[in-house]
Design a protein around this ligand. Structure first.
Ligand SMILES: Cc1cc2nc3c(=O)[nH]c(=O)nc-3n(C[C@H](O)[C@H](O)[C@H](O)COP(=O)(O)O)c2cc1C
Ligand code: SF4
Length: 397
């Protein structure tokens, strides 16, 4: 029987959750959580995309432990954070959308200087983000982080979230364990793909145990790290097959790149190096001047830039998949459905126009006004926003 592609703007189930459409606002760290607590700005940010028509928005990023934050003002799961998060989920629900919590541990992407706590990684080594050293995670650390993912999931249920999205990408902790470049361990957590997969698989098992069928579980995973010697499709597809066989995840969102070694692989488009440098300390600013061009490699923007990689996952798997990366119009969403993807995720186009989905509903020929300048990526420490939106201003700190 031939499959009829679903309408991207029609209702759909995601695990136990009923969505009004198949569009997910993908995680964009909002930089709006002073003292690691929810602010009115964070709530307004998500209400705007909810009122703008998405099926589900994603709050990013909620660390499972204090040393797992990328910087000290980022929320980590603890009782004091719950009342604010409950206000946020209530407000999003009132606007008709569902809301997911991106949970994870930043590992080597954590800024230990900002957190005032050592960062952990599969293997010890220099950390250029903090100009410090990553500590090699002990087996106790690993078991604690796995347990903390379960605790985070229980907190997310208490706070009214409809889903959790486990961060397995961008060389955060779970992704760095998967990466043959970053994981040089010789114990049962390193070496073979089976060993490198152990941490992410145990995290997903623990998250599912905590979630039961109360909320949906997604995982955002790297198809490729985008660096020589890093995770590549042969292993990432094999890993995704084991995730499918384990059966703990309702949908996989497919990404790529390394926040440590190749951030532009995530985004594509312009490299706003000077705007990024302005947000850094003088020492890091100097570091960006010296190493900036090597780390921030240029990738020309292309619509649906992860499609060719993601199609290989589609062929290898039968579980629901979320296509991400350069999706900015209704034609792209429909072609993703034709290709067998169940959902699409969008980041920058919704930073530029939070009401873009309503505009598609009103006129299917609507085109996004996002120009892939990536200035929004430089805004994450002063309140994530599209600076091209009139009236957008940095958040005073
Ligand atoms: C400002 C900004 C912040 C981001 N923060 C996160 C994050 O916290 N977690 C994450 O998984 N991805 C993050 N991303 C990546 C996006 O979720 C998405 O993968 C990427 O932008 C590609 O999608 P797009 O082409 O629709 O923008 C961020 C992207 C931007 C632009
Ligand atoms: S700053 Fe605005 S226009 Fe530029 S990439 Fe970000 S959302 Fe798009």
């Amino acid at each position: 029987m031939t499959r009829t592609a679903p309408d991207p703007l029609g209702p759909a189930m995601l695990g136990p959750v009923a969505l009004r459409n198949r569009v997910i606002k993908s995680a964009t760290f909002e930089g709006s959580t002073p003292n690691a607590l929810v602010s009115d700005r964070l709530i307004d940010f998500h209400v705007a995309v909810a009122e703008g028509g998405v099926g589900m928005t994603t709050v990013a990023y909620l660390a499972v432990s204090p040393e797992g934050r990328t910087e000290r003002d980022q929320i980590y799961w603890r009782p004091e954070a719950l009342p604010g998060l409950r206000r946020l989920t209530d407000a999003v629900h009132q606007a008709g959308a569902k809301v997911s919590a991106q949970i994870g541990h930043a590992g080597p992407v954590a800024n230990s200087r900002s957190n005032k706590l050592p960062s952990i990684a599969p293997s010890a080594g220099p950390n250029l983000l903090a100009l410090a050293l990553d500590r090699r995670a002990t087996v106790d650390d690993i078991r604690r982080v796995i347990r903390q993912h379960g605790e985070a999931t229980r907190y997310a249920i208490d706070a009214g979230f409809d889903a959790v999205e486990v961060h397995l990408g961008h060389n955060y902790l779970a992704s760095s364990f998967l990466s043959p470049k970053l994981n040089r361990r010789k114990d049962e957590w390193g070496g073979s793909l089976e060993n490198r997969s152990r941490l992410p698989r145990m995290i997903l098992e623990t998250v599912r145990e905590a979630a039961g069928d109360q909320i949906a579980v997604l995982a955002k995973m790297n198809m490729a790290d985008g660096v020589p010697g890093g995770l590549w499709l042969d292993e990432s597809i094999a890993f995704a097959r084991t995730v499918e066989a384990d059966g703990h995840v309702d949908a996989l969102e497919l990404t790529g790149g390394s926040s440590l070694m190749n951030p532009m692989y995530l985004f594509r488009g312009d490299v706003p190096l000077s705007a990024m440098a302005r947000t850094q300390t003088p020492v890091l600013r100097l570091g960006m001047k010296v190493f900036g061009n090597a780390v921030f490699k240029k990738y020309p923007y292309e619509p649906m830039y992860f499609l060719e990689h993601a199609r290989q996952f589609r062929q290898a798997l039968s579980m629901p998949l979320v296509l991400l990366g350069g999706i900015t119009d209704l034609d792209a969403m429909k072609s993703a459905m034709d290709d067998g993807f169940e959902y699409v995720a969008m980041a920058r186009a919704l930073l530029r126009e939070p009401d873009l989905i309503r505009k598609f509903e009103a006129d299917s020929r609507t085109r996004s006004t996002c120009i892939h300048c990536n200035l929004c990526a430089a805004s994450i420490f002063t309140g994530t926003r599209c600076p091209l939106v009139l009236g957008s201003a940095p958040v005073p700190r």
